[in-house]
Every structure is written in C-alpha cells, then in structure tokens.
Ligand binder design. Sequence first.
Ligand code: 5BU
Length: 266
Amino acid sequence: MEPSAAWGVRWSAATSPMAKRYMEVANIKQSLVCLAADRNTMAGLFELMEAVGPHVAALKTHVDLVDDWSPEAWGAFCKAANEADLLIFEDRKFADIGKISRSQMAGIYDIRSWSDLVTAHLISGPDIVDGLQAGWNDVGRTGGVLLLAQMSSRGNLLHPDYTREVVEKGTAHDGVFGFIGNGSRPAELATLRSAVGEGKMIWTPGVNLAVGDGEMGQRYGDPTEAVLAGSDCIIVGSGIHKADDPAAAAAAYAEASWKGLLQRNG
Ligand code: 5BU
C-alpha cells in the first residue's frame, strides 16, 4: 500500500521531511509503534531493539537512565537503530530558556548528534524551540520538537487552556514536528486533534493493551482507540519491554495500531 493511501489526509498535510520519513517507515512496517526503550543497561537495550526492531517505527530513549552508559556503546546503539530504520526520539522534556536548551543539546550526552526528535515543555516560552533547533544546527543536523500539549499521568497540570496555547504557538512553528497527547483518554485526544488540525503529528504515551491504571500515577488507554481518536504514533514501554515475549507483544501493538489507522482512513 502507498503511504498516501494508508495515511490519508495526514500524508498530504504533514509536509515536514521528518514526518514523511516516519510515515513511510510506519507504512513499510505496518506499525505506528514507538518503543519506549526504558531498560537501564546497554545490554538490555541492545537485546530489546534486536527483538522488536522489525515491529516498531521509532525508538524513544531516556539517555540519562542507563547505568553503564558510555559514548561508544551509545554510538553503536544509535547506529543499530538507524540500520533498523528507526527514528531516534530522546524524551528529554527540555524546559529551560532557549540558550540553555541549546547548550543542553550538547554536553556529555550530546543529544543533538544522534536524536531525530526531542520532547519539550513550552512553559518557558516559544524560544525553546529555536534553542533546540540551534542545537541541531550547531552540528549540521536537523530534527523536530514534540511539544507536550498533554500528559498521560494523573493530576498533571497541563490544563485545557495551557494545551490550547501550546497548540496555537506550536502549529505555527516549522521546528515543531508535533505534539504529545494523552493516549490514555481518547476523548481528550480527539479534542487535541481538532485543535491541531491535520498538519502536525500527535504522538501518545499512556497506551497499553491492558487498559487501566499503571505504576505511580501512569494511566493506560487502548492503542486502537488512541489512533482512531487522532494519534499518529503510540508510544509503548512496559507493554513491550516487560512482556514475556517482547517481539510478540510488539507485533500485537503494531497490529492494533495499524488496524486503527486503516479504520480511521477507511
Ligand atoms: P510505559 O511503560 O508504557 O508506561 O512507558 C511510557 C513512556 O512514555 C515512558 O518512557 C515515559 O517517560 C513516557 N511518557 C509518559 O508515559 N507520559 C507522558 O505524558 C510523557 C512521556 Br510526555
């Protein structure tokens, strides 16, 4: 199937090269799954990626939770991710002023040199997006920012008025790849999608085939419902990496997400 047929209006409306790259890979793998690779050893990360790579379209990292992190091991991990056709998304949740965010793209982890996408709060104002873009630019790379418009955790403070302002500012900025929406609440997601329109991505954590409450305030919604409500990518962590058979679990999430996309555009 051509990506334009699978993705419908999103294919023609979301014109950024990074969005197109993601939609193409998702189409080839028939998967709208981003693996939240929350393992804290390099060996665990390699093992996980090897098992689930064919079933997922992107890889989300938390570079600062790995116990035995080294630049060499991380470089090899990112190379393997690229070879598996995965966009690399560092969920750093930047929140500082523009110039500091730019500097934080460098430092020991050098996020600017290997990430394709990063998350950011817009709490400090819109210059954070320019700061992050300057970070990629400093090493001759390009990337996209996912702004937190909603969160999946209970009691979070991203209230509807805040969400509306994030969307207003974010949709107007070329450096913004899209928004994080709350995958655990399809109704909230549908509201977010109508505010965003068709031109930007919405990616959603808080998704699990076992709907309900997770650990420490996490909440989970159904993967297919999230896609039907307007999500373009379901971010799944423990549903895959804590499963007895991560490859089979990843395939099940891929199928649930792909079914949602075809139904959405059918
Ligand atoms: P889980 O194991 O599927 O619950 O993992 C969810 C991942 O998504 C984890 O890496 C979080 O940091 C991330 N996340 C989230 O759960 N909720 C949010 O609102 C945002 C990110 Br933003």
